[in-house]
Design a protein around this ligand. Structure first.
Ligand code: NDP
Ligand code: 8X3
Length: 258
């Protein structure tokens, strides 16, 4: 008998939280739809999953989430036997660019953060929600941040985008409750992924200094949490989770031993 398919769609699955989440779900026999801009990485990741988990279906979608037309076309390319089996959407693709006082901020960085973290999340959600509605069940997990709960020095626009994610998680929950769709907002503190490398535009020294003197979260910590929230009984929704490294007390208070 053919395997009954159940798909999880993870945006931003070429590294960090997204990739680790894909690994955990694959190990539990979930079929994957993985997205990202880096085509070669997506190809490599698909090959590795195909090798390690031959039973599951692995679909990769290569698009820039800032571009609504790319999001629409990519989702349209999915066959109906896939879309009708999408159970979970992880809105994970996101980034910070730069750390500056507001008057020194770079407009291109602002645009990219707003277009990715807010508008991209909206574009993809709009395409996927109809499938979840049709199924009369589903789960959306949005990657917020401690930066969505508090604002820290020189974090202005990134913090604003993550505050928007918090608001959108609450709004989605209200709009989608009648369709039996769960919405979870996960807000991590400092986690060592490619996040700081991206934020500081490849400057390894500054990127590494972010995590100096304390033990940050790792992608697996967040991936395990996502798996936990997605596998609660049907009648249980975890709305919100704030997850910090033990050495981090707030957005800007760390216990560092240097
Ligand atoms: P990574 O940089 O490791 O991963 C980010 C992912 O987002 C990549 O797969 C990247 O893929 C994708 N992405 C970025 N921009 C776009 C775009 N325009 N279109 C499509 N995909 C895009 O970072 P993390 O895993 O740490 O970050 C994941 C999420 O978690 C982000 O939303 C981040 O804001 C949030 N977060 C991170 C924290 C941390 O300390 N690391 C803490 C709290 C929240 P590609 O480059 O291939 O497009
Ligand atoms: C990422 C965590 O503190 O660098 O969202 O903004 S922080």
């Amino acid at each position: 008998m053919e395997k009954e398919r159940k798909y999880i769609l993870i945006s931003g699955a070429t590294s960090g939280f997204g990739l680790e989440t894909a690994k955990i779900f694959a190990a539990q026999n979930w079929d994957l739809i993985l997205t990202g801009r880096r085509f070669e990485r997506l190809k490599e990741i698909k090959n590795v999953f195909n090798l390690n988990f031959p039973e599951i279906d692995v679909i990769t979608l290569n698009f820039d989430i800032q571009k609504n037309n790319e999001v629409i076309e990519s989702v349209k390319s999915l066959p109906e036997n896939v879309t009708k089996n999408i159970k979970i959407l992880i809105n994970n693709a996101g980034l910070a660019l730069g750390r500056n006082v507001i008057e020194d901020g770079n407009e291109n960085d602002w645009d990219q953060m707003i277009d990715t973290n807010i508008k991209g999340l909206l574009y993809l959600s709009k395409q996927i929600i109809p499938f979840l509605k049709e199924n009369k069940e589903g789960h959306i997990v949005n990657l917020g941040s401690i930066a969505g709960r508090e604002v820290y020095a020189e974090g202005n626009v990134y913090c604003a985008t993550k505050h928007a994610v918090e608001a959108l998680s609450k709004a989605m929950r209200i709009d989608l409750v009648k369709y039996n769709i769960k919405v979870t907002n996960i807000a991590p503190g400092a986690a060592k992924t490619e996040f700081a490398q991206v934020r500081f535009k490849g400057n390894e020294e500054i990127a590494n200094s972010v995590y100096a003197g304390f033990e940050p979260l790792i992608a697996k910590d967040i991936a395990e949490t996502i798996y936990f929230v997605c596998t609660r009984p049907k009648h249980v929704t975890i709305n919100d989770l704030l997850i910090m490294p033990t050495a981090q007390a707030s957005a800007s208070v760390f216990h560092k031993i240097i």
